[in-house]
Every structure is written in C-alpha cells, then in structure tokens.
Design a protein around this ligand. Structure first.
Ligand code: HEM
Length: 230
C-alpha cells in the first residue's frame, strides 16, 4: 500500500522526562473546540480534566456551561437540557455513527480520544496528516467528496483539509499559522490520549531514588554475604 511515513518531529513532551506544554494544550483545545469538534467526538474527556492542566477551575466551568447537556429523567420521567458542569464529558457532534456518516459523504470521523495511539507514527502522524494535503500525483484520481493526503493509508481521505493559516484566532495572540494549529491540536490530543502522562512521570521520579537505593543495598549485601565463598 502506498503511504508516506510521517517524519519524526521534536515535541515539547517526551516519553520519559519532558512534561506537557500547558500553553500548547490550551491553544490545542481552542482548535479542537472551534474546528474538529464539528465532526469528531472526544468522548473520554470531561471538563474537569482541563482543570489544572490548561484551564483554571473557573475557566473550565465557563467552558462547560457553554454546551447543553441532556440529563434526566426528572421526577416526572422527562429528559431535559441543562448547561454543562465540570463533571460532564465533551458532547459528541452526532447522535450516532449513521448520522455522522450521513453528514460526511459516508466517511466516519472517528472519536479522537485514542488517535495519537491509533496509527503508526502517533502524534507525528497526526501533524503530518493535518499539514500534508496536496494535489494527487499523476495517475491518481480522487473521487468526489474525497481529498488526497499521502499520509492517509490509501491516499484518498474523506476529511478535507481543515487547517489553514488563521482559520481561528488564538486567545493568547500566538500567530495561528496552519502548522502552529496542527502542532497545538496534536499536543492537545496527545494529552487527551494520556491525561495521566505527567502524573506517571512524577510518580516515577519519586520512586526512582528509593528503587536505586534498594538496588545498591541489595548488591552490597549480596557481595558481603558471598565474599567468603570466592
Ligand atoms: C478523519 C483529525 C476536523 C471529518 C480524521 C483522521 C484524523 C482526524 C486524525 C484520520 C483518522 C485515521 O487515521 O483513520 C481531525 C482533526 C481535526 C479534524 C485534528 C481538527 C483540526 C474534521 C472536521 C471534519 C472531519 C471539521 C468534518 C467536516 C473527518 C472524516 C474522517 C476524518 C469524515 C474520516 C476520513 C476517512 O475515513 O476517509 N480526522 N479532524 N474532521 N475526519 Fe477529521
């Protein structure tokens, strides 16, 4: 199968030492909310997850309150709509897969919760895909409602190019070039895939000294116990 491999990019977060870039996650949330959320769900993230990561509690409450959530049943057995709360999950754009496909020429915009683990290349794939749209090479025809993207397996993708320079404006004033938007939304989605990444690192560095001391102590005891047998 013809597919281009995403280059390796230098991300602010690493697998071992570097923590997430909170400002990039915050900008990436803005991209997700204003662009991607029109078609993609992010169903495992709740507004409370933003607190202390990219938003203060007040800000996250305000974000939640902007969406309407179906709740109930109430005392009379009716479902009702209310503004979102911190404990609410991000709301999906479509009620089900059929509705999603119907709105997108039959293609299904997948939930993006695990997207940075979904394909080989992870967030490198995401960035390359979002910035990689181009004309198809000679001999390749793309059908109506599809676009050519060399990073998408098969090349023909049902999602048109979404990120162009200044499709949105960042609230922190960062120039919203297409590549800046792609980087930030990739950082945001990487965080959404592994919200526990930073905490896991903190725990590792807390237990690392203990483990090291125990390891050295074990080695010293072993040497002294066995020394008479040499
Ligand atoms: C597919 C991300 C915006 C519709 C995808 C895929 C990714 C993605 C990573 C490919 C998944 C895979 O490898 O299988 C994003 C991001 C967006 C965004 C980060 C915002 C910047 C949108 C919007 C729409 C849309 C606004 C609708 C207008 C679709 C569809 C597919 C898709 C229909 C399936 C394509 C196919 O299977 O051929 N999206 N998307 N996306 N997206 Fe988006």
């Amino acid at each position: 199968e013809l597919v281009a491999h995403a280059p390796k990019y230098q991300w602010p977060h690493g697998d071992w030492i570097e923590s997430f870039d909170a400002r990039s996650i915050r900008r990436g949330y803005e991209v997700f909310k204003q662009v991607c959320a029109a078609c993609h769900s992010l169903k495992y993230i709740a507004y409370r997850n933003l607190v202390g990561v990219s938003h203060t509690e007040e800000e996250a409450k305000a974000e939640a309150a902007e969406v309407m959530v179906t709740d109930g049943p109430d005392e009379s057995g009716e479902m009702f709509q209310r503004p979102g709360k911190l404990s609410d999950l991000f709301q999906p754009p479509y009620p089900n897969e059929e509705a999603a496909r119907h709105a997108n020429n039959g293609a299904y915009p997948p939930d993006l919760s695990l997207i940075t683990n979904a394909r080989h290349g992870k967030e490198d794939y995401l960035f390359a895909l979002l910035t990689g749209y181009c004309d198809p090479p000679a001999g390749v025809t793309i059908s109506e409602g599809q676009a050519y993207n060399p990073y998408f397996p098969g090349g023909a993708i049902g999602m048109p190019q979404m990120l162009y320079d200044e499709v949105i404006e960042y609230s922190d004033g960062t120039p919203a070039t297409a590549s800046q938007l792609a980087k930030d939304v990739s950082c945001f989605l990487k965080w959404a895939t592994e919200p526990e990444h930073d905490q896991r690192q903190r725990i590792f560095w807390r237990i690392f000294p203990v483990i090291s001391v125990l390891f050295v102590a074990t080695w010293v005891v072993k040497r002294s116990k066995w020394s008479s047998l040499k």
